[in-house]
Ligand binder design. Structure first.
Ligand code: 13P
Length: 251
């Protein structure tokens, strides 16, 4: 089965509701008529409802930037998968390096979030990636394998192809330093090999693996030409409609 590429914008903690709606409308216009790729945007929680309304009728999918695992409960500051469903979101980013490194989320928590997303029919985008220190110590594959295998723990063969993986080397996020295309491809192929070991090759071949970390109009074409890069998770360049438009229309 051919993997449908996914171009995703992570808006992080940026934009007012009015700004998010304006950008959402521009992304919807950019995505009109696209058949061979999917587009996703992840606004802040406060802008989700308004952005979902703004892109209604377009193929753009709207994601949350995180999700809790219970339907409801005493979890101050968290948003449940049912609340996301209620507002019309269809996907959720989990395990982003900013959640792991600034807010201390560990693999076990990321796993709970992922299982919560799947249980309530949200498509999870599981982020994995090594720090600069880990790369320099030669620990890239070990870290990525741990984050991946622990993140998807408990997900059976019947649901694994719904998961999207995003490889985001921490040293490439917001730094302007992209992983070279061969460097990224090497880790993507490794991720697919780990998945093939945990499930089966046929299923591993269906799973989309996005690259994230300083994706720009200038480098998207060469990244997307790699055989195991199935999309991009874009931060800074997703906040401007012109640059995200060019990224969506990668060659
Ligand atoms: P940048 O594209 O700004 O490097 O951010 C990447 C990212 O963290 C997307 O989730």
């Amino acid at each position: 089965m051919a993997r449908i590429p996914l171009i995703a914008g992570n808006w992080k903690m940026y934009l007012t509701v009015a700004e998010a709606v304006e950008l959402g409308r521009a992304v919807a216009a950019s995505s009109k008529g696209l058949k061979d790729r999917e587009v996703m945007i992840a606004p802040s929680f406060t802008a989700l409802a308004a952005v979902i309304e703004a892109v209604a009728g377009s193929p753009v999918k709207v994601a949350a930037q995180n999700v809790a695992w219970e339907k409801e409960g005493a979890y101050t500051g968290e948003i449940s998968p049912v609340m996301l469903q209620d507002v019309g979101a269809s996907m959720a980013i989990l395990g982003h390096s900013e959640r792991r490194h600034i807010f201390g989320e560990d693999n076990a928590m990321v796993n709970q979030r992922l299982l919560g997303a799947l249980k309530f029919d949200l498509t999870p985008v599981l982020c994995v990636g090594e720090t600069l220190e880990e790369r320099e110590q030669g620990a890239t594959f070990k870290v990525v394998e741990e984050q991946l295998s622990q993140g998807i723990k408990g997900v059976g063969s019947d649901r694994i192809s719904r998961v999207v993986v995003a490889y985001e080397p921490v040293w490439a996020i917001g730094t302007g330093k992209t992983a070279g295309k061969e460097q990224a491809q090497e880790v993507h192929a490794f991720i697919r090999k780990v998945l093939a070991g945990l499930y089966e090759k046929k299923l591993a071949d269906e799973i989309r693996i996005l690259y994230g970390g300083s994706v720009k109009p200038e480098n998207v074409d060469s990244l997307m030409a790699q055989p195991d890069i199935d999309g991009a998770l874009v931060g800074g360049a997703a906040l401007q409609s012109e640059s995200f438009d060019r990224i969506i229309h990668y060659l």
